[in-house]
Design a protein around this ligand. Structure first.
Ligand code: AP5
Length: 249
């Protein structure tokens, strides 16, 4: 991610070809977005749609940590333990891999999912963006109450490439098989009831305070995650289209 001078973007807004299949006009300026919300609110589900709409690099720390836990190392084993317990991976570990990835892929904008999750992570991101003369465009909060989350996560199924389904709300065409890549659908090991409870508690203690922080900064946009997925998507897309137009004025 090259430096762009202090105090905001110095280069003119760059044009990017729309993602194939997107029916949005050939807009426009860099979008630096965060998806935030409780586990199971639908961040990953909406991220798939937003990637298609805006062609943004999708950077999900949950996916990155699940990849890291496969490593045959002490760190890999510790991350596996932490995820299975529903706890958070230490800030330093997550921040390092996140910033490396943003530097490698996020030059024209990014969509972060699952980061930041603590005040410390939010500070690190702010400082990194400021050093590079960049800023966040918006923080997209997807809201859902704990009882909805528990029902959702118990029925979630995922494929090995991270595509997400639900046994009732978002069924694949053929049971147990991913529509997109044909791989087997499985339950995540942190979607057990006791782990879900722990993840919710961690969200309320560690991550929810960031909502007020981003609201005060004027960056927060909230969406009702209990609406059907297509409706949530339409709402987010409309909000982002307006933000982009405003940035271009
Ligand atoms: P991560 O993978 O980020 O998990 P999470 O935040 O708990 O989020 P989820 O992926 O569980 O839910 P989601 O909001 O994406 O919902 P989804 O779209 O799948 O993190 C996993 C772990 O990694 C953490 O616990 C931690 O240990 C570690 N980690 C990650 N980032 C970290 C960080 N920054 N710092 C420290 N540790 C970190 O939807 C859920 C289900 O609902 C699906 O079945 C879906 O089909 C369905 N659904 C979605 N939308 C709707 C809707 N509108 N109506 C009905 N059903 C819906």
């Amino acid at each position: 991610m090259p430096a762009r001078g202090a105090g905001g973007r110095t280069a003119p807004a760059r044009r990017r070809a729309p993602h194939p299949g997107s029916n949005l006009p050939r807009l426009v300026s860099e979008l630096n977005l965060i998806l935030i919300g409780p586990p199971g609110a639908g961040k990953g589900t909406q991220a798939e749609n937003l990637q298609a709409d805006f062609g943004l690099p999708y950077i999900a720390t949950g996916d990155m940590m699940r990849a890291k836990r496969q490593e045959d190392s002490e760190l890999g084993r510790e991350i596996a333990r932490v995820i299975a317990a529903g706890e958070l991976v230490p800030d330093d570990v997550v921040c390092k891999v996140l910033l490396e990835r943003v530097d490698a892929e996020g030059d024209d904008g990014f969509l972060l999912d699952g980061f930041p999750r603590t005040e410390r992570q939010a500070d690190v991101l702010d400082q990194a963006l400021e050093r590079r003369g960049r800023k966040l465009t918006a923080v997209l909060l997807i809201e859902a109450a704990d009882d909805v989350i528990i029902q959702r996560l118990a029925g979630r199924r995922v494929c090995s490439n991270g595509h997400v389904y639900h046994v009732d709300f978002n069924r694949p065409k053929h049971e147990g098989v991913c529509d997109i890549d044909g791989t087997k659908l499985v339950q995540r090991d942190d979607d057990k009831p006791e782990t879900i409870e722990k993840r919710l508690a961690v969200y309320h203690d560690e991550t929810e305070p960031l909502v007020a922080r981003y609201e005060e900064a004027g960056l927060l946009r909230s969406f009702d995650g209990t609406r059907p997925p297509e409706e949530v998507h339409r709402h987010i897309r409309a909000t982002l289209a307006v933000l982009r137009l405003e940035e271009d004025l």
